[in-house]
Design a binder for this molecule. Sequence first.
Ligand code: ATP
Ligand code: MG
Ligand code: MG
Ligand code: MG
Length: 576
Amino acid sequence: MKASQFLITTLKEAPADAEVVSHRLMTRAGMIRKLGAGIYNYMPMGLRVIRKVERIVREEMNRAGAVELTMPVVQPAEYWQESGRFEKMGPELLRIKDRHDRDFIVQPTSEEVVTDIARQELRSYKQLPKNLYQIQTKFRDERRPRFGLMRGREFIMKDAYSFDRDEASAKGSYQVMAQAYRRIFDRFGLKYRAVAADSGAIGGDLSEEFQVIAATGEDAIVYCPTSDYAANMEKAEAMAPQGPRPAPANPLTRTPTPGKATCADVAQLLGVPLATTVKSLVLATDELDEAGLVKSSKVWLLLLRGDHDMNEVKVGKVPGLDEGWRFATPAEIESHFGCRPGYLGPIGLKQAVELVVDREVAVMADWICGGNEVDVHLTGVNWVRDLPEPTRVADIRNIVEGDASPDGKGVLAIERGIEIGHVFYLGTKYSRSMNASFLDEDGKPKPFEMGCYGIGITRLPAAAIEQNHDERGIVWPDAIAPFTVVVCPIGMDRSPEVKAAAENLYSELLEQGVDVMLDDRGERPGAMFADWELIGVPHRITLGDRGVKAGQAEYQHRRDSAATAVPLAEVAAYVK
Ligand code: ATP
Ligand code: MG
Ligand code: MG
Ligand code: MG
């Protein structure tokens, strides 16, 4: 590819709403452009990355015996009514109507449609096991689309579905996928961890998430450095011994036992009509530094409206709100608490509320705050300005670093991750509700035993950038770089030798099957290098007039601090 023909649209500045480095860099590198909240154009530079991710995933899925198909993005609602998800799923499911007023959905995954395919096409045990997958556009009306491709509303997912005769065989298919996922994520060169996840109502332990380790990750993961134990926080908390943790050393003075109030009470207290649906006033804890220690003495108040959507945090009329206190933005809450500001989330504001409710000191006024139960609020809650000594954020969880690992083989550590893949044993959940069965050897119909397996194709590049970047831009692993090599001729228009050498090298690399970009835009070296460092191409070959005349080129890896002189005749071999 030649730069003059390609669409290169780098930016000096990142958009103001880009909170994490991958979102900033993907936008600045011209890989994505926002069209609407959580909806992006995959620009040519970004699409190349996505296609490479897809290729690796496809290769490994095929190697594992899965078969590719494509299911519609827009699906008739009747299948979703059969499974019950049309009614059960919340607003994340995008429901639409056609001109005849018939209901449709935009697929967030495709269990229903693939189960319908199975019940029509897989009639005998002889056709099993089967694993069907697609790499396809998904839509989820996420409550908080953010971080660019990391949490889009429209995104690309690889979703696979296995069909087996019985539970044992289904668990075998699950293990095959879990292995394939390891191969896939190894090939991307990412630091990741497979963690046990909650398999919800289905039961059993067969659900694992693949988490790319990154400080900006939305998930907390708990693991034991000296054993194989690893789980997401939700699962770890579900498995942890119940009951309150013992109070930390130097506990803060307790206030009187909080009472309870209804929404109506809160509305009255705030002086707003109940119709404005103020549902809760939440008292949140303090600012934390990187080590999770309380840094300042601010305490925030939040008003949650309606369904507790954090995007609608509004300043309300709070009696007694004095100077020096203010309302936190959702982003602040998230970055300071290091967790999603979920009203009922396991490490969300619930604990934040309890932290203050249970352990506050300097009493200023009797407040009402969220009671972590719909329509229940706590009264008599007071807020604090100064906490007597640093409090670890881990203290507000049930599980803290240093707790004994459940396997008894060490102590627990906590880190943050980005969920890039999820493998899940489904059992007969869908096959039973949708009446999908096959004839077994004994001639009797049996429901399929199923599993489902997802990979966030468009989330993956974002996760890769969170792990691989520096102050100049992205540093792609070779496997998913938009181009593997960039040839940067300097003064191509002035030096026929440079032009010829660049064209020759470009053709030679192309012939060798190297994914090469020739920057023939005639940019000055500084601007040209800045672009390719921002875009993150791993290998760069620079050709200058003096060097070329002396038979030399300059090679620099994106991670190198300086270029190395390499004989022009050998440089093609150098980057392979
Ligand atoms: P999350 O916990 O991040 O919301 P999820 O558990 O809802 O993800 P799954 O239903 O397990 O997601 O989907 C499989 C994979 O699809 C996830 O592991 C993730 O990599 C990807 N994915 C899910 N939601 C999004 C999204 N909004 N944007 C991009 N990728 C996504
Ligand atoms: Mg989700
Ligand atoms: Mg998840
Ligand atoms: Mg998941």
